[in-house]
Design a protein around this ligand. Sequence first.
Ligand code: FES
Length: 149
Amino acid sequence: MEQPTSARPAAPAGTSRRTVLCCAAAALATAGAASACSTETRAHQENTGPKGTIDLGDPEAVPVGGAKLYRTERVIVSRPDKDTYEGLSAICTHQACVIAEVEETEAHCTCHGSRFDATNGDVLHGPATAPLPPVQVAVKDGRLTAVRT
Ligand code: FES
């Protein structure tokens, strides 16, 4: 008697159903993107980060003329001068990966290679086409805070 067979091919070892679905979605969205799927992409559904008023700590941690990534909090803060702080979302506008790093004033999403200006959110390199949205930041009582709704 013939054994029933699965219509679905077996996933490679260590590949979950969610990974396969994620990569399939990425492939549909951007040709060739499936190979770029990573843990970051798989987690994009959970990347919204904390909400409300978020303590970012000592404001002096943000370099004057530069920017700092607060990855856990999903916020990028730039500091154009000593007393001015500006915030951006650190969630990539392409497929919602968390920005991986900020070098000087450039934010990098390593999921598919998008790059953003960390001072204003502008896209410097796709596949993202939309800028990083602003996040309200403030310094109060010597602490840097961000407000995410
Ligand atoms: S999620 Fe694709 S480049 Fe950031």
